[in-house]
Design a protein around this ligand. Structure first.
Ligand SMILES: [Zn+2]
Length: 64
């Protein structure tokens, strides 16, 4: 999820609502917003994935 805002000069900013990082500021077009949002590597999501993977490995170890 991203929070998009528009500047007085018509350019856009976008902020990730998971890690609250400003992903881009003063972007000219919505297409560019789509691109930067799609390429944002979210530290919150990376951590969540790492945690989930660790849990899965632990669960597997318990079964053996
Ligand atoms: Zn993020």
């Amino acid at each position: 999820m991203y929070n998009r805002t528009q500047n007085d000069n018509g350019s856009y900013n976008t902020r990730c609502l998971d890690c609250f990082m400003t992903v881009a500021s003063c972007v000219e077009t919505e297409q560019e917003l789509d691109w930067v949002e799609a390429h944002h590597i979210c530290p919150e999501k990376v951590l969540a994935q790492m945690f989930a993977r660790e849990k899965a490995i632990e669960a597997q170890a318990m079964r053996n």
